[in-house]
Each structure stands twice: as C-alpha cells, then as structure tokens.
Design a binder for this molecule. Structure first.
Ligand SMILES: CC(C)(COP(=O)(O)OP(=O)(O)OC[C@H]1O[C@@H](n2cnc3c(N)ncnc32)[C@H](O)[C@@H]1OP(=O)(O)O)[C@@H](O)C(=O)NCCC(=O)NCCS
Length: 197
C-alpha cells in the first residue's frame, strides 16, 4: 500500500494550517524548533546547530525514501513556519521499537503556538490521509511517560494506551529518567467509527 503513494505526499489544508512536505527552505525553522529548550524538555539532549542540520538532511532522505515523513505545519494566513506534524516510519540506529513495523504519527510545535489545538487539527488531517489514502490498518504514537502534553494530544485523537505495551527506549539506560515510553494505538475501525459518528 505504501509503495503505491511514493512521492505523493500531498499538500493539505485545514482551517488554520497548510501541511506540506519538508523543503530545504525549512532548515531555519527546523533549527529554531530544535534548539528551543521548552520544545526539548523531554528529549535526552539539546541538539547543536550541526546536529539540527544533520537531522534535517536525514529527515529529507527519509521523506524521499518513504514518500512521506514528518511534514511542515505552516500558518495558513501568514505562511510562517510553526513546526512539524505527520506520519513517519520509525527507524532508529539503536534498534527497533517493540511496535515495529508500524507507521507513527508525531509532532513538534514552536512554543508560541502551543495550547491552541493546532497539533490536533493537523493530526486529524494526517490520520485521514493515513487511513483513507495510504489505507493503513493502524497508526501508533509514543512518548516518554512524563510528556503529558503530547499524551493529551494522543487522547484527543482517540488513540488508546495499553500500559502492558509501555517500553524502554532502545539504547537508553533503564534507570534514565527518559527511558520509559508509553505507546498509543489507533486502529482503522475506531477511526472510521469516530468519523461516521
Ligand atoms: C506536544 C505538543 C505538540 C502539543 O501541541 P499543542 O498544539 O499545543 O497541543 P494542544 O493545543 O492540544 O494542547 C495540549 C493539551 O495538553 C494539555 N496540557 C498542557 N500542559 C499539560 C501538562 N503539563 N499536563 C497535562 N496536560 C497538559 C493542554 O491543556 C491541552 O489539552 P486540552 O486541550 O484538553 O486543554 C507541543 O506541546 C510540543 O511541541 N511539545 C514539545 C515537543 C514534543 O514533546 N513533541 C512530542 C514528542 S513525542
């Protein structure tokens, strides 16, 4: 199914947002987002500008390879960069996650835009694309246990947390504060049930 849509990641619009593929011009926004301390509260390290540049290139490569990836969220009125939100196939050097193979939904937003429901608005549109265009059976999301803002977004999307599936992130010491992760799932049936309401 995913092969069918290679290089067809769409430009989508919602009431307040444009969602689109990441482009080289987004590097500055990406650096601003990833060097922000608030945004990185639950990440294990604060990336340098060089780390951001490397991460950006990796993301672009992944987008070319999979046909989609964490996409840019842009303010529809002003065109300004707000952050990233979208579907991605996880792949970590440190090893697979217990939920792989899977497609995840993820997000990162500049703090000045927090608390306005922007991530939920973008995610709902990506879930529709995932289930209705990519024909996915399931989308997952995960975060460190303490990231309640992100977990709240998962809950608002009707994703379901099963504590039996909590996991230690590969390559992270088990006693590290940010090792334990929660996994949320949304199955196609539940998405359709909610949509048809
Ligand atoms: C997570 C993130 C994308 C949320 O984006 P957002 O667009 O501000 O999300 P929302 O507007 O839906 O607000 C988040 C919800 O969390 C709630 N919330 C905020 N702080 C909270 C806290 N400390 N504990 C519990 N809930 C909290 C808000 O009240 C809101 O819920 P509500 O609408 O029911 O009131 C944003 O905070 C972010 O970019 N964080 C840093 C990056 C990150 O952690 N990414 C996820 C990694 S997995």
């Amino acid at each position: 199914m995913i092969e069918d849509v290679i290089d067809k990641c769409p430009r989508l619009e919602t009431e307040r947002l444009v969602l689109r593929k990441c482009e080289p011009r987004d590097l500055d926004g990406f650096i601003r987002l990833n060097t922000d301390q608030k945004t990185h509260e639950f990440f294990r390290s604060q990336p340098s500008i060089e780390d951001c540049e490397n991460g950006f290139q990796l993301g672009m490569q992944k987008q070319r390879k999979d046909g989609f990836g964490f996409a840019v969220m842009e303010d529809r009125e002003s065109g300004s960069f707000l952050g990233f939100c979208g579907l991605e196939i996880p792949s970590y050097d440190v090893g697979p996650l217990p939920c792989e193979p899977c497609v995840e939904i993820g997000w990162r937003l500049l703090p000045e835009a927090w608390g306005k429901g922007i991530t939920v608005e973008a995610s709902q549109r990506w879930l529709r694309f995932g289930f209705e265009t990519l024909k996915l059976d399931e989308v997952v999301a995960y975060t460190v246990v303490q990231n309640h803002r992100s977990r709240r977004v998962m809950e608002k999307l009707d994703m379901v947390h099963n504590p039996a599936e909590d996991f230690n992130f590969p390559g992270v010491a088990a006693n590290h504060l940010l090792c334990r992760h929660v996994l949320y799932r949304l199955f196609k049936e539940k998405y359709l049930e909610r949509k048809n309401g």
